[in-house]
Structure formats: structure tokens, C-alpha cells
Design a protein around this ligand. Structure first.
Ligand code: 26Y
Length: 824
């Protein structure tokens, strides 16, 4: 009977407006007479949210009834950005909303801009998780994301006098996209001790007892697929003290302060995202976050499985859990603990289930980013888990010993416990041993992990356990949403928006690569996107840039391995070159705008120094009358997802110039090319596959190859190390205090001159400068340039995260999409 009372989701403009007015006047308790943009954003979001929730409920019901295998994607980071624009586009009602809002007196862009980014991630790894959620929903996979509901996302970056200053990102003031589930609360235990005994039938039993309990409350966020009713779920956990407000017993006994302190300590667990990217600091609170999130998620997953009343052996047929890096590796131990301690399974039976359930994705080979936890810390916080890890390790080492008898070195190398002072738990090794598949995120990277950091494990488990799934990006957000005009042009030539669901359709653009009229439109769109960015630059930095200049962009986390220092040294070299030119020579040079953006981890001094140098170079160059429009240097404050949506469509070239072998994949490289920008890059990460797809005439590659890096480093340290003469000139200028007190940059120049130049800045400098000259030359021939960009876009189909998710589904998860009929 209730069916006839179910709300019908709006489809028309009038019904949308009705919903907006209703939400303004009732949900928000405001009058339409004083409905400002904030209220209009809130009401429009609530209208779309209602719509998503209807489909979300249906999807969950459908998935429960179908009772097929589900995927759980465990990630400590989900860098979602804004939700409203994405929701409007994915349900195909942005135009309806645009007209409706306009009738109510608002411009849709202003409304969209009211939204605070959901920035629960650092960079590539977190944004990859967000693209994956979009693809899994769009492809109708029954899939959930599990994460932490941080009260503070990645900090907001301000630039003060050229220095980075961090400001807390409190984003939950008004968040219409989440649903608190006060009925879904899980107790999570910490500390305490383990009591072992034999039961009546002589079975060994371990009981983890004592310690403290923290409560995890679920918050659900609907994830709409594109052009499908499927709306998946992202479940984020928030921490609270077990005693609720505060401990009444303590309170009544007069210990008010400590009862409030307990409360705060519990809430601290989900308070803040750790702002380190590719840098492990081993802090106890982070281990607490990891276990809190893993324990709540697994409890939830196991509870759902138990409702089906299936045998435990069917667990891996019903459930695939993907570990986004080693951050959720404790899930392996936790599932083993649940199965043996709580459910009474034998070790071997349990371990088979565990290993068949998990897959592990590695995102880095950098030693400083590989997680290790000290054994004493573990012993104190998770005593039972440490015992289980020791047992996992013992059985594993026994199997290694059987396979390689007497190879003591091998045992020491692969042990999950590093025999250091203190001993450390190597999380990557634990993740490998506890999973049935391990994957890297681009071909070169997947080869490198097999031949370097995980070499021994390939010998032990065989090569089939290791595979590659090259990263991808969602074309919905990174083309359709970020670059609506380009998307529209492509749609008009390829027969509609089908390319957004099958990105290989872009191939059809090849035939327009020399089409005059098409090229003109193509170039106009790029120019309009550059004008938009130029306005943004003007309004945020005060600097005027010429939209006809070549826009050269490097936006990503600041890290020595990503080599923003190489870029800024190149800019200084360009500055020197321009200063030395005659006016006639200057006339022949293509004007350039060098744009940087990205956050440095708060404790990473070298990265902060690089930001400082970029800003100081900008301050000098931008006001030098000899230079004028020929060179501008811009640092864009607080790079994030919504800013990327403005920046990415506006590049002529973007820089992906990591030391070969260090960037696992990179994903912004894909975004820039998909938006009609060319790239200058090293033979690293996904740049290599991008080159293979788009053709080597359409990319500017330079620098040493990964296979030569080790030898070069060796020469720096044990042979002779002479710096590139052009780089020496750049350093001389810096040292003359041309960009402020050179003392501030001593550590940076010193790392190259005196400390081994680990990232090969000097070795690659000449090749970099030469390639930049090739870029200048190529840009002068606009006709050819435009053809290159069209051909590149036409060949980018491979880099859709849809392709990537289909590969995970087939090779790792063994799950099928759950088809839906429209309107069902
Ligand atoms: C251990 C902890 C401090 C930590 C936290 C965050 C370690 C690493 C990270 C983040 C890593 C990350 O973002 N990696 C990037 O993943 C992308 C998606 O696979 C890759 O494209 C990119 O090359 C890689 O650096």
C-alpha cells in the first residue's frame, strides 16, 4: 500500500523549483524574500539529495535481493571535491536546474561555487578513490567505499609573504550530502591484554580483554552513477567516547575533567586527516585511526554477510575487499581475528578465507612512504593483533623455508617483522602475504615493484600474484564537468554523450584533426578556458597574464621527487635568457605563463622552501619591465579539486617531471591531455603509456631513464659530480640574493651541490631546458599544435577509470555488474 505514497523524483524545471522553494521555506526555515546564494545552494542540494536518496534506497534493495558478490573499497582518503555539480550532471538534470535557478534569480555557477570541497585526502591516492567510486556506480557494480569522516580535511593553504601557512579546514558546518546513521554504531576496542587458555575440548582460546572502547558511528554519502539509477554508498566512520556525552560515573565521583578528557580523546581519532603524502611518520594516533576505521568496517561487512546465513567458506565468493595502499592492512589481521577468536574457525580455514578476500594496491616505491609500525606500539595498542601478526609471519616463514631451504638471508629479507631496534612491522609485506593479488598502478611501476621492493615475494608466490592495473580518471568530472564546452563539442561530433560511458568513442575525433572549422572551435574553447583562468589569477594574485601566452602548468603536491625545483630553476634560466636578449630576439619568443600550485606537508621543510622560492621568483620576474609579458610566474594558493576543475582545461603544456622511477603513475597527466593540453614529462609512471597511446610526436619527453638512475646516483656519491653549467648560472643568480636572502634557499641548492642530488636535477637539467625550447618552437606553429592536441584527446580512451575498474573487477575481484532497467 505504501508504494503509491512514495515520492516521485522531480524531472521538470517547475518541480525542481517547487522542491527548492519547499526546502527554503520549511527545511531551512527561511523566506524566499531573503533567500541568498548560501540558502539557494542549500535548498538546491537538498532537492538533489532527496532525489539521490530515492535511487540510493532502490539500489541498496536491489543489491541485497540479488545477493551477488560485492566490492568494498577501503581507503583512508576520498578526495571528492564538490558534490552538487557532479550530482546534477550524473542524473542528467543540470540544464533543468540551471533554468530553474535562473527563474528564481540565481546563476547556477554562483550556486555551485557556494559549496565547500570535501577534501578528505592528500592528492593522487585520494582522488583515485573518488574516481573509482564514480566509475563503480556508473558501471553498476555493487560496491561500497569505507573511510573516515574527518572533521578537518586537508588544511587550507595560504601564502603569506611567500611562505605557506596552514589553516584548518573545518568543512562540516553544513553538509547536506551525508546521512548520520545513529543506529549503526560499532564498539572498537583498544589497549588491554590477552588471556589464553585451553577450553574443555583442548582447543586454544585467546580473549582480548580490558582496555578501552570507542564508538564508531556511520555516516553515509550517496554516490550517483552517470546515466544510471545506480547510487552506491560511501560509509564514513566518526568516533565518539563509549560513554556518550561523558562518563557519568567519573562525573558523579567528582572527576569531571577526566570524563571530558576521555570524550575528547575518543573524538580525536576521526578529527584530522594526516597531511603527509608519500611520507610515513609512524604516529600512534594514525595507527589508532587505521584500526578504528578497519574494525568498524569489517564488523559492518561481516554483520551483513552473516545475515545471509551462508557458510564461512563462501565469504570470498560474496565479498571482495580492496586495500588502497597499506593504510588498511590491519583489515587482514582483523578478519583473521574475527574468524578464529570470535567465530571459532581453525587457523587454516580462516586464513584461506582471508587471503581469498583481499587485494592490495601499492602506490609507491619510495622507501620513506612505506608504512612500518613499531612492535612496542602495536603491543600496547593492539596486543591480540600483534600475536596474530607473529603467527601469520611464522607460518609464512615456514613456507618460505620449505621452498628455499637454508636461505637465512631470504628469511630476514621477507620477514614481516624487521629485526631492528625497536622491531618494526612491515605493513606492505603483511599486505602481500594476506592478499591474493597485488597490483601496481602503471606498467613501469608494476614492473619496478616486482624487480625491486617485492622481488623476493615474486620468487615465493610466483609472478601471477602480481599484476598491473594502470590508473584512470573519470571523464564525467574531468571532462564533462570541468570542461563543458569541450564536452559539448565532442558530443556534437560523436553522436551525443556516449563517449562519457565508453571513452574509446573519442577515437572518432581523429578525422577532425585537420578539419579547419573544427580546429577553430577547438582552439576557441581552449582560449576561453585560458581567459577564465587568467581572470581567476587576476582576482586571486593581482597579476595580469596574457591569455594568448603559452600556459605552462605544474599543479600537484610539492615533493622533491616531483621536482618542482627543476621547473623553477628552468624558469630562472628562462629569465636569465630573456634578460640577455636583444629587443629583436625578444619579439620572436613565445610569451609564457608558468603556473604552479600544490601543498607541502606541514613538516616538510624542503618542500616549503620550494614554494618560497617560486613565490619570490614570481615577485621579481612579474614586475621586471625587461620581461613584460614574455614571462609571468604564478603560484596559485590552496590547490584543490574544485580549483583543478578550472586549471586543468586551461593548460597548453603541463609538467609531469618526476625523477624516472619515482612517480608510480600520476593521474593529472591524464586529466591535462584529456582536456587538450600537451605534456612535458619524464619517462615515468603513466607518462610512458600515455606516449604509447597518443604517439611520441604528441608529447615532450626528456631526461634520464629509470634504469640509469641507480648508476647516476652512485656516480654522484662515489665518482665525480659536476653540475650542469646552466644550472650553476641559476644558482649564482639565487646566491646573489636576486630573489631575496639566498640563505633561505641554501638547503635547496645544497641538496643538489653538496648532498648527492638524489633526484637528478642537474643530470636532467640540460635535457629539460632543450625540451622547453622545443615546446616554444612547436607552440609557434599553432596549426600543428592544435592538430596534436586533437589527436591526443582522440587517443585517450584507455585512461578512463571505467576501463580501470573493469580490469579490477575481472582480474582481482571477480565481480559482475548488477544490471538495472531504467525506471525500475
Ligand atoms: C604512509 C602515509 C603517510 C601516506 C599517505 C598518503 C603514504 C602515501 C600517501 C599518498 C600517496 C599517493 O597519493 N600516491 C599517489 O597515488 C596515485 C594514485 O595511484 C599515483 O598516481 C601517484 O603516482 C602516487 O604518488
Amino acid at each position: 500500500a505504501w508504494k503509491k505514497f512514495q515520492a516521485k523524483p522531480f524531472v521538470s524545471k517547475d518541480d525542481f523549483e517547487k522542491e527548492v522553494v519547499r526546502h527554503v521555506e520549511t527545511t531551512l526555515a527561511r523566506s524566499m524574500f531573503n533567500c541568498d546564494e548560501t540558502a539557494a545552494y542549500a535548498a538546491a542540494s537538498l532537492a538533489f539529495r532527496d532525489r539521490l536518496i530515492t535511487e540510493w534506497n532502490r539500489t541498496q534493495q536491489r543489491q541485497t535481493f540479488a545477493d551477488t558478490k560485492r566490492v568494498y573499497y577501503l581507503s583512508l582518503e576520498f578526495l571528492m571535491g564538490r558534490a552538487l555539480d557532479n550530482a546534477m550532471l550524473n542524473v542528467g538534470l543540470k540544464n533543468v536546474a540551471k533554468e530553474g535557478l535562473s527563474e528564481l534569480g540565481f546563476r547556477i555557477e554562483d550556486i555551485i561555487n557556494q559549496e565547500h570541497d570535501a577534501a578528505l585526502g592528500n592528492g593522487g591516492l585520494g582522488r583515485l578513490a573518488a574516481c573509482f567510486l564514480d566509475s563503480m556506480a556508473s558501471l553498476n557494480f555493487p560496491a561500497w567505499g569505507y573511510g573516515l569522516r574527518y572533521k578537518y580535511g586537508i588544511f587550507k593553504q595560504e601564502i603569506v609573504d611567500g611562505y605557506q601557512v596552514e589553516v584548518p579546514d573545518y568543512w562540516l558546518d553544513f553538509n547536506p550530502w551525508e546521512f548520520p546513521r545513529h543506529d549503526i554504531v560499532v564498539d572498537v576496542q583498544f589497549y588491554g591484554g590477552v588471556r589464553k587458555y585451553q577450553d574443555e575440548v583442548g582447543k586454544n582460546v585467546a580473549v582480548w580483554e580490558g582496555g578501552e572502547i570507542v564508538k564508531a558511528t556511520a555516516y553515509d554519502v550517496p554516490i550517483p552513477g552517470f546515466d544510471t539509477p545506480t547510487t552506491n554508498n560511501m560509509r564514513l566512520w566518526s568516533s565518539k567516547a563509549a560513554s556518550g556525552e561523558f562518563d557519568f560515573q567519573k562525573f558523579n565521583s567528582g572527576d569531571y575533567e577526566s570524563s571530558v578528557a576521555d570524550q575528547q580523546r575518543a573524538e580525536t581519532i576521526s578529527a584530522v586527516l594526516y597531511p603527509n603524502d608519500n611520507l610515513d611518520r609512524g604516529k600512534e594516533l594514525r595507527l589508532k585511526q587505521q584500526y578504528f576505521w578497519v574494525a568498524a568496517s569489517l564488523y559492518d561487512i561481516v554483520r551483513r554477510f552473516k545475515k545471509s546465513k551462508r557458510a564461512w567458506s563462501e565469504f570470498p565468493d560474496q565479498i571482495a575487499i580492496q586495500l588502497n595502499d597499506t593504510h588498511p592492512t590491519l583489515a587482514i589481521v582483523e578478519l583473521q581475528r574475527i574468524l578464529i577468536d570470535m567465530e571459532g574457525l581453525d587457523w587454516d580455514e580462516a586464513w584461506t578465507i582471508v587471503t581469498n578476500t583481499f587485494g592490495y594496491t601499492n602506490h609507491t616505491v619510495l622507501p620513506e612512504a612505506l608504512e612500518k609500525w613499531s612492535v612496542p606500539l602495536f603491543q600496547n595498542l593492539l596486543p591480540r593483533h600483534l600475536q596474530i601478526i607473529y603467527d601469520i609471519n611464522m607460518f609464512f616463514l615456514q613456507s618460505v623455508e620449505r621452498k628455499f631451504p637454508g636461505d637465512r638471508d631470504m628469511l630476514a629479507r621477507v620477514s614481516i617483522i624487521e629485526e631492528s631496534q625497536p622491531k618494526m612491522v612491515r605493513m606492505a609485506f603483511l599486505a602481500i602475504v594476506g592478499s591474493h593479488k597485488v597490483n601496481g598502478v602503471a606498467e613501469l611501476h608494476s614492473d619496478l615493484i616486482k624487480t625491486t621492493i617485492f622481488k623476493d615475494f615474486v620468487k615465493i608466490f610466483g609472478p601471477d600474484k602480481f599484476t598491473n592495473v594502470t590508473n584512470g580518471i573519470t571523464p564525467r568530472r574531468w571532462l564533462h564537468q570541468a570542461n563543458p564546452r569541450l564536452s559539448e563539442l565532442i558530443a556534437s561530433k560523436t553522436g551525443g554523450l556516449g563517449f562519457l560511458k565508453d571513452l574509446n568513442v573519442l577515437n572518432e575525433l581523429e578525422k577532425f584533426a585537420d578539419d579547419k572549422a573544427f580546429k577553430k572551435e577547438w582552439a576557441e574553447i581552449k582560449y576561453a578556458n585560458k581567459v577564465r583562468l587568467a581572470k581567476y589569477i587576476k582576482s586571486t594574485t593581482g597579476v595580469t597574464v596574457n591569455p594568448a601566452a603559452l600556459f605552462d602548468i605544474q599543479v600537484k603536491r610539492i615533493h622533491e621527487y616531483k621536482r618542482q625545483q627543476l621547473n623553477i630553476f628552468g624558469v630562472i634560466h628562462r629569465y636569465l635568457t630573456i634578460k640577455a636578449m636583444t629587443p629583436e630576439q625578444r619579439k620572436k619568443l613565445a610569451p609564457r605563463v608558468s603556473i604552479f600550485g600544490g601543498k607541502a606537508a606541514p613538516g616538510y621543510w624542503m618542500a616549503k622552501t620550494i614554494i618560497h622560492l617560486i613565490n619570490n621568483v614570481g615577485a621579481v620576474v612579474n614586475k621586471d619591465p625587461d620581461v613584460g609579458d614574455l614571462l609571468k610566474v604564478i603560484f596559485l594558493e590552496d590547490y584543490n579539486v574544485s580549483k583543478a576543475e578550472i586549471i586543468t582545461p586551461a593548460s597548453d603544456v603541463s609538467e609531469h617531471i618526476s625523477t624516472a622511477g619515482t612517480e608510480a603513475s600520476g593521474t593529472s597527466n591524464m586529466k591535462f591531455v584529456l582536456n587538450g593540453g600537451l605534456i612535458i614529462g619524464t619517462c615515468d609512471g603513466a607518462n610512458i603509456e600515455i606516449t604509447r597511446e597518443i604517439g611520441e610526436n604528441n608529447i615532450f619527453l626528456f631526461g634520464n631513464l629509470a634504469e640509469d638512475v641507480e648508476d647516476l646516483r652512485h656516480t654522484h656519491n662515489y665518482g665525480s659530480h659536476t653540475l650542469d653549467p646552466d644550472l650553476v648560472k641559476v644558482f649564482d643568480l639565487i646566491k646573489s640574493n636576486a630573489f631575496g636572502d639566498a640563505g633561505a634557499f641554501g638547503a635547496l641548492t645544497g641538496s643538489i651541490e653538496d648532498h648527492g642530488d638524489y633526484y637528478l636535477v642537474s643530470d636532467d637539467f640540460h635535457s629539460y631546458i632543450q625540451t622547453q625550447t622545443l615546446v616554444d618552437e612547436a607552440y609557434k606553429n599553432q596549426e600543428e599544435w592544435i592538430t596534436k592536441t586533437i589527436l591526443s584527446v582522440a587517443r585517450m580512451g584507455f585512461f578512463s577509470s571505467d576501463r580501470c575498474i573493469n580490469e579490477y573487477a575481472e582480474m582481482i575481484w571477480n565481480v559482475e555488474p548488477l544490471p538495472v532497467e531504467k525506471g525500475s
